[in-house]
Design a protein around this ligand. Sequence first.
Ligand code: GLN
Length: 375
Amino acid sequence: MTHPLHPRIQLSKESIFSHMSRLAVQHGAINLGQGFPSNPPPAFLQEAARRAIGTVDQYTPPIGLPRLREAVAEDLGAAPEDVVITAGGTEALHALAESLYGPGDEVVMLEPYFDVYIPQARIAGAEPVMVPMRLTDRWEVDLPALERAITVRTQALLLTNPYNPTGSVFSRTEAEQIVALARQHDLWIISDEVYDELYFGPPPIRLRELAPERVFTVGSAGKRLEATGWRIGWIITPPGLAPQVAGMRQWSSFCSAAPLQAAVAEALPIARREGFYAQLRESYGRRKDLLEQGLRAMGLQTFAPAGSYFLTALLPELDAETLVREGGVAIIPGSAFYLQNPAPRGLVRFAFCKTEAEIEQALERLEGYLKKVHS
Ligand code: GLN
């Protein structure tokens, strides 16, 4: 090596999700760590992709394939001109970080947070400011703390609804108060809503509907249609801003996989019409209950998720690294979701987007392991 890489390279370290998945493979563990579904995507999506390959194969405009922009707009009640197609939710968030803030700026987020938010803010040169959520018997937004975190440097609030890793969903009061704060301080809101169709109670409030002039909504076909590796996501921007945001993403991936965009365009109306999301919720609801009841039966405290496919629990005296090596179950340690505040003691996250058989086996292994360490 003749010359060191830029100091920014410290942000390139392996994510906790990749790390735990690698350990899971290495130790033959059941992977309730990284959130990717065990089930294949629905046949109607797969078939649409097979038909698109050989027909829609060249670059699309960076802003997205027109028919997919229209399908997303139709599904979410937005204008097609305000939709930007991206390579998954991750690129959507990156394009927004590049578009909305830079050196000297601050971005306020909640803690525990989803990992990509921090490096993306820093790559853009901005500073993340973390506000811890309150944990009682459920996760709540600490609104006074959120307000105290806002300074003259704050450009945006970066929020997730339903939330990863807590599985919480904003109440109407929380959503309205967050939007009121953003209005009062003239902030953008980046609302990561990739789990929008995965909820177990009332449907989550879409922040864009409360403040269309300042909310950027991030969505994901990978999450909705169980195809996380396809990397098709989207942004709905406030009116008039989509061309500029798309202009930023043209310098990274230029456009998303063209045949997969065509396939998602075909699949979105089918999924809506045929009740695919309702089936998904039902099936995830069963798996959530299975995991929750299994953990409670072991005497562990769990925090019921209102959405997403994640469940948080307290597993004190257990180290996730040792569990994956010795107990054969991969989960994510809660500390991975905290940057500036201490994680609640023993906090862990389970992903339940796995088969019922995998969840049952993971519970058995966990119970066996806990008995062993306590004996
Ligand atoms: N969103 C998924 C999770 O939280 C995976 C993210 C990733 O690995 N990029 O587990």
